[in-house]
Design a protein around this ligand. Structure first.
Ligand code: KIV
Length: 248
C-alpha cells in the first residue's frame, strides 16, 4: 500500500469510481481507473433505499463478488456497511468476509472515534481507507448531507481525525463534502493521500459515485458533480424506440 503514499509524493492524482456490478466494473477497469469502490451508496443508486443505512453485509458481499469478476487491474475496495464495525473484532470479521468475496481493501466511516476498529483491521493485514467529513451512514442523525469544516475550529477537528486515521494505519482517507480550504489543510497535514468528493480540487485524488458521473440516477445529483454523460436519457430513448417498433 506504500504505492499510494508514493503517488502523493510524486503529485500523481488518484482516480476512483464506484461499481456495483460486473459490466460497470469491467468498463471502469478497462478505462484505467485506479480504485474501484463497491460503495454502500449501493443502497441508494442500485437498491432504491433513501440512504445507506439499510445496506447489509450480505448485500455488499453479493455485489463485491460481481464487481470482482470484472476487475483485473484496479484496486478493488468495498465499504463496510453500517453496524458491521461497531467493535474491532466485528470490523475484522466483516472485512474478512468482503475480502473472501474478492475485495482487496475496505473502507469505513469515522475518524478519531474509530481508531480501534481501523487498527484492528490493519493489524489483521487488511488494507483500509478511512472516510471523514460528511459521513453518509450518520445522515439521519445529522439531518442531511451538510458541508463539514466551515470554520477553523471544525477544520482543526477534521485535521485531528485525518491524523488519527493515518496513525492507525489507513493507506488513504476519503474527505466527503469538506470545505475546500479545510480539505487543502488536511491534505497538507497527512502523508497518506486524501481522496475528495465534493471537497474541492486540493485533494490528492477524487472519487465519485459512477451513477452521478454518467447521469444514471436522474432523480438526484449532488450539486458538486460535473456530469460527463446522460445515460438515463439514452435508456429512456432506447426503451421508447423498442416500444414503438414492437407496437408498430
Ligand atoms: O458509498 C460510496 O459510494 C462512498 C463514496 C465516497 C463515493 O463512500
Amino acid at each position: 500500500m506504500e504505492e499510494w503514499r508514493a503517488k502523493k509524493q510524486r503529485g500523481e492524482r488518484i482516480t476512483s469510481l464506484t461499481a456495483y456490478d460486473y459490466p460497470t466494473a469491467r468498463l471502469l477497469d478497462e478505462a484505467g481507473i485506479d480504485i474501484i469502490l463497491v460503495g454502500d451508496s449501493l443502497g441508494m443508486v442500485v437498491l432504491g433505499y433513501e440512504d445507506t443505512t439499510e445496506v447489509t453485509l450480505e448485500a455488499m458481499i453479493h455485489h463485491t463478488g460481481a464487481v470482482a469478476r470484472g476487475v483485473k487491474r484496479a484496486l478493488l475496495m468495498a465499504d463496510l456497511p453500517i453496524h458491521t464495525y461497531d467493535t474491532g473484532e466485528q470490523a475484522v470479521t466483516s472485512a474478512r468476509a468482503l475480502l473472501a468475496a474478492g475485495a482487496q481493501a475496505v473502507k469505513l466511516e469515522g475518524g478519531a472515534s474509530h481508531v480501534g476498529q481501523i487498527e484492528a483491521v490493519v493489524q489483521a493485514g487488511i488494507p483500509l481507507m478511512g472516510h471523514i467529513g460528511m459521513l453518509p451512514q450518520s445522515v439521519r442523525k445529522e439531518g442531511g448531507y451538510k458541508l463539514k469544516g466551515r470554520t477553523q475550529a471544525e477544520a482543526d477537528v477534521l485535521i485531528k481525525d485525518a491524523r488519527a486515521v493515518e496513525a492507525a494505519g489507513a493507506f488513504s482517507v476519503v474527505l466527503e463534502i469538506v470545505a475546500a480550504e479545510t480539505a487543502r489543510q488536511i491534505t497538507e497535514a497527512v502523508e497518506i493521500p486524501t481522496i475528495g468528493i465534493g471537497s474541492g480540487e486540493s485533494c490528492d485524488g477524487q472519487i465519485l459515485v459512477t451513477h452521478d458521473l454518467i447521469g444514471l440516477f436522474p432523480w438526484f445529483t449532488p450539486k458538486f458533480v460535473r456530469q460527463e454523460a446522460e445515460v438515463a436519457g439514452e435508456i429512456r430513448k432506447a426503451a421508447a424506440a423498442f416500444i414503438e417498433r414492437t407496437r408498430g
